[in-house]
Design a protein around this ligand. Sequence first.
Ligand code: NAD
Length: 424
Amino acid sequence: MSQRTSRISGFHKLSRDERLAAIQAVAGVDDATLEVLKASSALPFELLDRLVENAIGGFTVPVGVATNMIVDGRDLLIPMATEESSVIAAISNTARQCRDTGGFFTSISGTEMIAQIQLVKLSDPWAGRAKVLEKKAEIAQICDGCDPLLVKLGGGFRDLEVRIIDGRFGPMVVVHIIIDTKDAMGANSVNTMAETLAPSLAAWTGGRHHLRILSNLADRRLARARAVWRKEAIGGAEVVEGIVLAADFADHDPYRAATHNKGIMNGVSALTLASGNDTRAIEAGAHAFAARSGRYSSLSRFEITAEGDVAGSIELPMALGIVGGATKVHPTAQACLKILGVTNAAELSRIAAAVGLAQNFGALKALATVGIQQGHMTLHAQNVAITAGAVGDEIAELARRLAEGRAVRQDVAEAILAEIRAKK
Ligand code: NAD
């Protein structure tokens, strides 16, 4: 019997084989499980070990390419990393259906990040606020001094905001430094600036500095996209009406909006991951932005144009980088960025907004017409077939029969698999 304790002293100092042996001793897994982990990544283990702590392997997520996208007049192939079936097919399909109207048109509000410094225990918070605002030039100097390379590249300190928030323990002064991080997502850069600046803020105001961290509500990096789908290209006026009715539901109900926005993020997060960016940062920003009015709502809008077509538009925070984090060190991210052919972070962010809109339109159209399951069924059926134990040729036959029967369930799959095998 293995001794089940997770207290493994110095685990991080062990080699990969030693870590796996330690895991085996604790979790009691067999040798075959360790072999799966050893063979789990084509990337050199040294890289995995540099990217995260206590690495033992990799986790391969498929990368596919969505076709047919035109963004701002440019034909693009969109690399997407996702484990979910139907996402890439949906984008390729909806992107094809708006090619005749020019595809997607995009813009971005900027590449500025916000970092927050929380000041507490101030006797006179309003006076403290005024004192901080007086020091703008000095604050700019301190922030820019932290990242001379960023300043050389045209980025750096841009602005200052000071808010007073009434908390449970009294008022707090919250200083926002606004930093143009150019082609980087910028978390590390702005966090360093916030930490460096905090003691000066505390000294000037007589308060105590507490948290010093970026905000993922990156509302100074708003990416937007729009597109028009002609009614003839999508099945007629009834489909058009179905789509705007479906979108209206998301605008007015958070239960629906959560799923509606999840569909958007199916596209955005897949491109975010493929480009080596931080999916959690992008997700957090999107959902916080969707709730900015105080009620969680949809990130996109769908309207009927004067011609009776569908005009879709989207706006959401998009703090993506093409340098920094894993973007430069992960070879697959580099390969994906090459396929996409982007030269700066703003361009990547604008494309991501277009991808989100395309994905959203695809899901809405399916929901408003045949339902989502028809498109999902084939690939889902294959997954269920494999889970039921099908191998080789059995997989395709079992998946086909499952999809035809419309009961894509493990128990049904096992029964059909037994039938297939009995006939062999
Ligand atoms: P980074 O620090 O690795 O790279 C940014 C630096 O690259 C800049 O400071 C600059 O000096 C340099 N640089 C070189 N060329 C540049 C260019 N063209 N434009 C801009 N800068 C250029 O990375 P980062 O973007 O500061 O941080 C991203 C990482 O931080 C991600 O891995 C993310 O997961 C992580 N992170 C996220 C959070 C969060 O989202 N809450 C918090 C902490 C860390």
